[in-house]
Design a protein around this ligand. Structure first.
Ligand code: ADP
Ligand code: MG
Length: 478
């Protein structure tokens, strides 16, 4: 019905499409399309890859159908030509025909069209996040800056992350590498940055994924001969967040492809955020060239939270869940669970569960019972007897001698050291410590502690012994 050629028709189609999709999608998915020919109301367009074609079919089929019909009439049809990269690297266009072609377009995008190609290339991105027109970020909205309590343990990391979120790709923190032990908030903070970017810049494409998923997708794409699509996809992202990159250790091929993507994004001033369970320099089995890229930006660590931060985290969580707990219970939990925020939250949840199960008030007793199951090193009180035994075992002297008047050097030393450790590890008064050593008075205890301190300052071997013993006692507490 039209006297126009394929280029004219497609140009008119693009005008309509442009008004119906957002700018980014238009640039990504429609600008690369080339009109090839127009014959008997059949418009052939060439797309860069199989993945591209599937994406169009899945997300834009209705729009394409309407547009073409408007331009060419009710009988209009569309054919795709896909540029397939073969093993020799040269590119050959392959034309695709639709099965239910005459009815217009494939009405059911779930049913893939049969392809006239050697090997069917499946869409490697079967993760659910990628089914949407706008690439879904994979972010959990609960992980935001509001819910991320600030403390000395995370201040640098948090403010760097916040700065990045205000100006993705525009700060010196690119990449931003967040590292720290298990349960210290790496995932939370990394996602908070992503969520904040999305709020500040709705048009930016943010993607959160982890190194394991990235690796699996890559392996899939190798199998399916669609590595180009894989790379192309990741190169579209404005803010790429990859969690737990220690997973890349010893995966040379994945590192290669990541290196490639990294460079592209970095060059385009796109923001990259990575997390790791250790500082980049300690990542084993990771290529030097990749490690050196990480140094371009900022590596900041999350440390175990101090007591105040732990209390604040518990309180925030309680507030969010609409619960209240007695202060002594909160403090008890915060005091005993020291190096893992996930466990801190876990203890809180168990506490609530137990309380509601047994219809009991949550008091200190219940808290003690529950927290005991949670913490490996809950601070139990250690006794003077226990310390005496540990010291005497260590120096191979009989325990009874500590209580006698013996002035033998070895015994004196063991006695003084036991007093010193008792003062440091127990809550006993000097008087009560003295009693445990054959009724000596408190000034003797003070004198003993000083003597030990002096000896440690002058005799490094003795100091080592004390440290050794201290460790043993601490372990037994745990
Ligand atoms: P990681 O990824 O380092 O193992 P996560 O980010 O999964 O740790 O954090 C574990 C839990 O602790 C999450 O539920 C998270 O919300 C919480 N959390 C961590 N840091 C904080 C913080 N600073 N404020 C509040 N909650 C936190
Ligand atoms: Mg994590």
């Amino acid at each position: 019905m039209s006297s126009k050629n394929h280029e004219g028709v497609w140009a008119d189609c693009l005008k309509i499409i442009k008004d119906n999709v957002n700018h980014q999608s238009f640039k990504t998915w429609f600008e690369p399309i080339e009109p090839v020919k127009l014959e008997d109301d059949v418009l052939t367009i060439q797309v860069p890859s199989q993945f591209f074609y599937e994406w169009l079919e899945e997300h834009y089929v209705a729009l394409l159908r309407k547009t073409i019909k408007r331009e060419l009439g009710a009988n209009a049809r569309l054919e795709y030509r896909i540029v397939v990269e073969n093993s020799s690297g040269s590119q050959t266009p392959t034309t695709i025909h639709y099965p239910n072609y005459n009815s217009g377009f494939n009405k059911n995008p779930e049913v893939a069209a049969p392809l006239i190609m050697g090997n069917t290339i499946k869409n490697p991105f079967v993760i659910p996040g990628l089914k949407k027109v706008n690439i879904e970020s994979g972010l959990n909205p609960n992980y935001n800056f509001d819910s991320f309590i600030e403390g000395d343990c995370n201040r640098l990391c948090r403010s760097a992350g916040y700065a990045v979120a205000q100006k993705p790709g525009g700060t010196a923190f690119n990449p931003l590498v967040i590292y720290g032990g298990v349960g210290l908030g790496k995932t939370h903070l990394a996602q908070a940055i992503g969520n904040e970017v999305k709020q500040n810049f709705p048009n930016k494409t943010v993607l959160y994924t982890n190194a394991e998923r990235f690796t699996n997708q890559f392996i899939e794409s190798l199998k399916n001969n669609s590595v180009n699509d894989f790379v192309h996809f990741y190169q579209l992202i404005d803010v790429l967040i990859i969690d737990d990159i220690h997973f890349f250790s010893n995966k040379a091929k994945t590192q290669d492809i990541f290196f490639h993507i990294f460079n592209h994004l970095h060059q385009e001033n796109k923001q990259i955020i990575l997390t790791s369970d250790r500082p980049p320099r300690d990542l084993e089995g990771v290529e030097e060239r990749l490690l050196s890229r990480f140094k371009w930006g900022l590596s900041a660590d999350l440390q175990a939270p101090d007591f105040e931060t732990r209390v604040a985290i518990l309180e925030k969580k309680m507030y969010a869940d609409g619960i209240e707990l007695p202060d002594d219970v909160v403090e008890f939990v915060a005091y005993n669970i020291t190096n893992n925020i996930r466990e801190l939250e876990g203890a809180l949840v168990s506490l609530l569960a137990q309380a509601s199960l047994n219809r009991k008030q949550i008091d200190l007793d219940l808290a003690k019972k529950i927290v005991k199951n949670f913490v490996k090193n809950m601070s139990r009180e250690v006794s003077i007897d226990f310390i005496q035994k540990a010291v005497c075992d260590y120096f191979e002297v009989p325990v009874e001698k500590l209580k006698e008047k013996t002035r033998k050097r070895a015994i004196v030393q063991a006695r003084q050291l036991s007093m010193y450790l008792s003062k440091n590890f127990t809550k006993n008064s000097l008087k009560s410590i003295g009693k445990h050593f054959g009724g000596r008075d408190h000034s003797t205890v003070i004198h003993s502690c000083q003597a030990i301190q002096n000896l440690m300052d002058t005799d490094s071997k003795f100091k080592e012994s004390v440290e050794d013993l201290t460790k043993k006692i601490q372990m037994s507490i745990s």
